[in-house]
Design a protein around this ligand. Structure first.
Ligand code: UFG
Length: 339
């Protein structure tokens, strides 16, 4: 069965009300794409889709991505040509404590979504995967050929979906782009979009909160790692650059009859201390912090080899330098906390 579609046909976005999903929906709508967002609002925010609705052709459906008949109905009604899947649980520590919901939402629900797409004749999907599929790096920077041995259920569920998609590719010619994000960060303050996790565990929003005197000093999880200043190195990538890569991946799938697995990172790492310094410079305030014990499962360094995404998608991060990331996150934080 040939299940290619028109590149301009509407895109179904599962989890389009979350941090990365809503940024993608906004930028895709601005670029003239027609979109249908499917989100159960369990962690996303209905208001995060409003900015996109104001600039483009965007529909919102409140519902469960695992609801196969609903997905098939949406595909038929809106003549969906491709899908992007963001809907997932994301917090690594929580996945260790409560793997059941991660397997249910990140694997079972995703399988149901993907299979409903297949049954409905949609054969192109961009899937949010993660650097957590690699586990502890044996060599750096991490390229896509690095063995995948996740060390937490979060990474395991994402890898399981990647493997499911690879088998769908072979058996059903269901083409997918599996995009392995490194550390998604930044915000789109001009659209009122940014990170609103509850509780917030990510470094950059926590550093900004600490600089602004909210929630006490930042806990730095370990300063005895084998890195240039003892704190962990991560490859922070701006959410707008991630969104851009998804648009490019959709075009890749429409133009080429093949699947793709690609890292989304910049190839540059920053330490926790460097993030603290960047936040102090951006906010003009010192960041109070306390060195604490290591957080379980934190590898010392996670930096992407980003050549594959650059070559296959023509993707070049535009807003992923640390200062821009922290500035955008700060502007969003201030706007959100100003009555
Ligand atoms: N950190 C602190 N204090 C904090 C929060 C984080 O010191 O309050 C440190 C962490 O120990 C880590 C670094 O800052 O060294 C970044 O931590 P984040 O929680 O912001 O991000 P992670 O690197 O743990 O995880 C992120 C995503 C995961 C994904 C992973 C893949 O949240 O979903 O990147 O690289 F799997």
């Amino acid at each position: 069965m040939t299940i290619r579609g028109n590149v301009q046909s509407p895109i179904l976005v599962a989890g389009g009300a979350g941090f990365i999903g809503s940024t993608f929906v906004y930028l895709a709508a601005k670029a003239g794409r027609k979109l249908v967002v499917l989100d159960d609002l369990s962690t996303g925010h209905r208001g995060a889709v409003a900015a996109a609705e104001a600039v483009g052709d965007v529909r919102f459906v409140a519902g469960d991505v695992a609801d196969g008949p609903l997905v098939e109905e949406i595909v038929a009604e809106y003549k969906i040509g491709a899908a992007v899947h963001f809907a997932a649980r994301i917090e690594v520590g929580e996945s260790v404590r409560d793997p059941a919901q991660f397997w249910d939402r990140n694997f079972v629900a995703t399988l149901r979504f993907v299979d409903a797409l297949r049954r409905a004749g949609v054969g192109r999907l961009v899937f949010s995967s993660t650097a957590a599929v690699y586990g502890i790096p044996a060599r750096e920077p991490l390229d896509e050929a690095h063995p995948c041995a996740p060390v937490n259920p979060y990474g395991a569920t994402k890898l399981a979906v990647e493997q499911m998609l690879a088998s769908y590719d072979r058996a059903y010619q269901f083409r997918s782009a599996r995009l392995r994000y490194f550390n998604a960060a930044g915000a789109l303050p001009e659209a009122g979009l940014g990170e609103r996790h509850d509780p917030e565990t990510h470094l950059i929003p926590n550093v900004i909160a600490a600089a602004l005197g909210q929630g006490g000093p930042l806990s730095v999880f370990g300063d005895d790692f084998p890195t240039r200043d003892g704190t962990c190195v991560r490859d922070y990538v701006h959410v707008a650059d991630l969104a851009d890569a998804h648009l490019r991946a959709l075009d890749f799938l429409a133009e080429r009859d093949e699947s793709l697995t690609a890292n989304l990172g910049t190839g540059n790492g920053a330490t926790v201390r460097e993030v603290i310094e960047a936040a102090a410079a951006v906010t003009g305030k010192p960041v109070p912090y306390a060195i604490c014990g290591r957080r379980e499962g934190d590898p010392p360094t996670l930096v992407a080899a980003s050549g594959h995404a650059r070559a296959a998608l023509g993707w070049t991060p535009q807003r992923s330098d640390l200062t821009t990331i922290v500035e955008d996150a700060y502007r969003f934080f201030v706007a959100r906390n100003t009555p």
